[in-house]
Design a protein around this ligand. Sequence first.
Ligand code: AHR
Length: 613
Amino acid sequence: AITVDPSATGATIDDTMYGVFFEDINRAADGGLYAELVQNRSFEYSTADNTSYTPLTSWTVDGTARVVDDAGRLNERNRNYLSLGAGSSVANTGYNTGIRLEQGKRYDFSVWARATAGTTLTVSLKDAAGDLAGARRVSVRGGWAKYTATFTATRTSNRGRLAVASTGAVALDMVSLFPRDTYKNQPNGLRKDLAEKIEALRPGFLRFPGGCLVNTGSMQDYSEASGWQRKRAYQWKDTVGPVEQRATNANFWGYNQSYGLGYYEYFRFAEDIGAMPLPVVPALVTGCGQNRATDDEALLRRHIQDTLDLIEFANGPATSTWGKVRAQMGHPKPFGLTHIGVGNEENLPDEFFTRFQKFRAAIEAKYPDITVVSNSGPDDTGTTFDRLWQLNREAGVGMVDEHYYNSPQWFLQNNDRYDSYDRNGPKVFLGEYASQGNAFKNALAEAAFMTGLERNADVVKLASYAPLLANEDYVQWRPDMIWFNNRASWNSASYEVQKLFMNNTGDRVVPSTATGTPDVSGPITGAVGLSTWATSAAYDDVKVTAADGTTLLSDDFSGDASKWTHSGGGSWTVQDGAYVQTDTAAENTLVTAGDPAWKDYDLHVKATKKSGK
Ligand code: AHR
């Protein structure tokens, strides 16, 4: 029974409570949300991104073509270009099975080219069966200039190739093909189906650009002085301005990021979907297994200044230095930044916090209205977590980012996680969470957990499932909320739960109590089982039945321990016909061994807990 007291006043639920976290993982940006169809368009792929890469990855050559890094380059930050011999051609294979073209749709081609003696380029779209659009001819003469052409696809194909052939010798860079039909028809835009799926969630905020992507790699810039670092932490200034001047970078997840989807595009997208932008900058301490702190004070000062400049880029008037850059990119009005994250999952709590405090002091001194979000490391509990929470609490930090990926049963069992959080301490930004799996049961466990977030909306101010996107052919992390390839996209069950909560965010919590709530102590993943926090617990006569009474599993433990396994440490044995936990592990879960197929049963687990064992 549920008892509700409508007259009682519960916590206020902010409209921004549920949002999304976009990280360029699983090809979420290039080959994903960023609508560019050409892969490695500026020939910058390198072994720094992935040991299997070359500057010609995803290109095929007919004739002579070589990638050159010399003074003839397009610009200092786009260092490689392609030198294509007379009578030669190159073709790009795109992502997944190739370039996806839809009959009747328009596609915008562009290229930067240099041909002192002049040449004619023939640009075509084909697959193994032949032409996918009428070829276009482009005359090139003189120094670097941008050339464009438009195609209308005459056939639909998922295996298209973009080919560029030249009569004479020519230098090429930034070979690009965009669908005209991007999200909101924006230039340098986003893939429509993916952007619309995210918009349909109606997220309250957009956290970007990572994750481990943000705070891993070198903290140096892309310059001659620092040796043209190809593995840098995410630095927002790399990602704004004309796309041909954006330096690409290795992505922590093992590929290259073009930065065509950069900070301007992130802010624009947040605005378009009505979400509060929430960028994260590196704190000069690396996380995600690369545990290092940078002691270079000048470098730290530069990053702090970059962060102040970022706030000016987002909020400054169009006459300010960085506000002007934003205006020149097409958005004179400020984006209205109110929150900024500093750091992500650092494992060195004290080192992180010292540096975080310097960022925070500088930001709060210049922009007192901005909430500076700290974090609590990579785990939901443990020494780093405890230390970081202590430091954050003592320093009166406004908001702390928590991350955890746990089993569905953990989510069911931890619905009350925030009930006991200090009401006077920092607020919680649950920046990343997901139950391990992409099935309906995971979504259900997440939904149950979210009721606990909502009940504690006075403490938990923001929450986002992670990761958001996954290209099915380039997966580094599962589960994910939205899946796609070069031609289609589809939602996970977790997406539907997120959508349900985001589209129906309440105004305030109505306090309620429930009795007779189901026992959630057993796991619901691919196995049925029992859980105990007590030490030396023992179970006998376990019976799992479906709602209609059908026995799905029964075990009297007459000596066969192999049917069962346990998670969370500890050891269990069969003693006197009962399954007994024989050590003092504080938390343990007993599950059926093997991998019984999950069915949509309403399960009833019954067992006798023996005493005295
Ligand atoms: O969401 C995937 C990764 O999980 C993020 O990059 C990182 O912050 C966390 O460990």
